[in-house]
Design a protein around this ligand. Structure first.
Ligand code: MEV
Length: 438
């Protein structure tokens, strides 16, 4: 019978490991061996990672690859990607190379606005609340000045605060809808600190407001938090070329290929089951760069999917069209990311990856990520509408199967050579391995 534990966080790392080994595994020695094998031999580096979170017992590795040849607005990038899924880096690299020869990617940042809200309940006259808000707006701003000075020096700060009446959706619910510019920072701490200050000012001013009834004075702040839905922190990335240059494979004419691409995107626009997978493929590319640059992939995912549903049904984040002889394929996606603060100076690999990306500003990083998403989607959909996805996938998966079965270098060499000319299936790989081992 397992028992709950009190004070787990107070135990030392080795005590935590002892406890988990004693209570949650059949083989305590093996558990310790595996956990320790992932520790870094540089104790300073290990301590840094230990201190990123609580109750750390080991590191969880993720492969980091490079997708080279991304020509973005006439500048070449090699994009670092951290991802566990076979074929994502290969697909990105393939799409990058393809478009590098056709003018590359063009990007535009359509907005950089971040959002935060103070959610509160107020029982009383809406018009009195509106007057009250008009009176206190400058106080809301001035009392947050101590928090905004350094952001203002960097060209950012609070853009606006708007009082929103949400009572038609939820009785007595109002909000301060606040917008911010946070320059190269993702800005979560800055925004949340400002919001908590707004909430304090709001409560204080309500209590002191001479025209409020006792009930109106007791306005209740429920929470103050940034929103990961940032439809105005938006970037567009696009590729286009004459249709006759869409000569990806011999199996299909460029015109048929272009039409199939457009149809595939149209399906993802109207069919949510397909749209989710279509967008998942986009996020394969984006998340990998988000992770490699120390950004918050959960925030990016949440915001991207909300944007995909902005018109009421979940839909494709990419678009495609044929105009005369020209094929265009583009993405529009909200990406609130940072290149300062957070892990950027702390995590040696994040620091290195930002260097590889030529020290991008947040706005440049948005463009690079959007391009990674577009490239990934182009690669996935172009496979889907031609050879199907499994051919490439299984090829990349081959190594995973071999590793699962502890293939030696020699075995790997022989089997990789064999599957250059044969279709990869799980059973087929196992058969080859068994034959070799006979
Ligand atoms: C797999 O990780 C991603 C794909 O399913 C994306 C897509 O279907 O467009 C291949």
């Amino acid at each position: 019978m397992k028992k709950p534990i009190a004070g787990f966080s107070k135990l030392s790392k080795s005590e935590k490991i002892e406890w988990i080994a004693a209570n949650y595994t059949q083989n305590p020695q093996e558990l310790k061996k595996i956990l320790e094998s992932y520790w870094n031999s540089d104790s300073r580096l290990q301590q840094l990672h230990d201190e990123f979170i609580e109750n750390t017992i080991s590191n969880f590795y993720m492969p980091m690859g490079i997708a080279p040849n991304f020509l973005i607005n006439d500048r070449l990038y090699a994009i670092p990607m951290a991802i566990e899924e076979s074929s994502v880096v290969a697909a990105a690299s393939k799409a990058a190379k393809f478009w590098e020869g056709r003018g590359g990617f063009r990007t535009t940042v359509l907005g950089t606005e971040k959002v935060g809200q103070v959610h509160f309940m107020y029982h009383g006259s809406t018009s009195k609340l509106l007057d009250f808000f008009k009176n206190i707006k400058t106080t809301l701003l001035s009392e947050a000045e101590h928090l905004t000075q350094s952001m203002q020096k960097r060209g950012g700060g609070i853009k606006d605060i708007v009082l929103k009446d949400k009572t038609s959706e939820l009785p007595n619910y109002y909000q301060l809808h606040c917008t911010f510019e946070t320059q190269d920072a993702m800005g979560a701490n800055f925004i949340n600190s400002c919001l908590e200050q707004f909430a304090e000012t709001l409560k204080k001013e309500a209590l002191a407001h001479p025209y409020f009834s006792e009930q109106e004075k007791q306005l209740e702040v429920v929470m103050s938090i940034l929103s990961n839905y940032v439809p105005n922190c938006l970037v567009k990335a696009e590729v286009r070329c004459p249709i006759d240059q869409l000569n990806l494979t011999q199996d299909i004419s460029p015109r048929d290929f272009a039409e199939k691409m457009v149809r595939a995107v149209e399906i993802a626009k109207v069919e949510p089951y397909r749209a989710v997978t279509h967008n998942k493929g986009i996020m394969n590319g984006i998340d990998a760069v988000v992770l490699a640059t120390g950004n918050d992939f959960r925030a990016i995912e949440a915001g991207a999917h909300a944007y995909a549903a902005k018109d009421g049904t979940y839909s494709s984040l990419t678009h495609a069209k044929i105009e005369g002889d020209l094929f265009s394929f583009w993405i529009e996606i909200p990406l609130a990311v940072g290149t300062v603060g957070g892990l950027t100076k702390l995590h040696p690999l994040v620091k290195l990856n930002l260097e590889i990306l030529q020290q991008p500003s947040a706005v440049e990083l948005m463009q690079i990520m959007a391009v990674a998403g577009l490239a990934q989607n182009f690669a996935a959909v172009s496979s889907l509408v031609t050879t199907g996805i499994q051919k490439g996938h299984m090829k990349m998966h081959l190594m995973n199967i071999l590793n699962q079965h502890n293939a030696t270098d020699k075995e790997k060499e022989a089997i990789l050579a064999h599957f250059k000319t044969h279709t990869v299936t799980h059973r087929g790989v196992l058969n080859s391995l068994e034959n070799l081992r006979k």
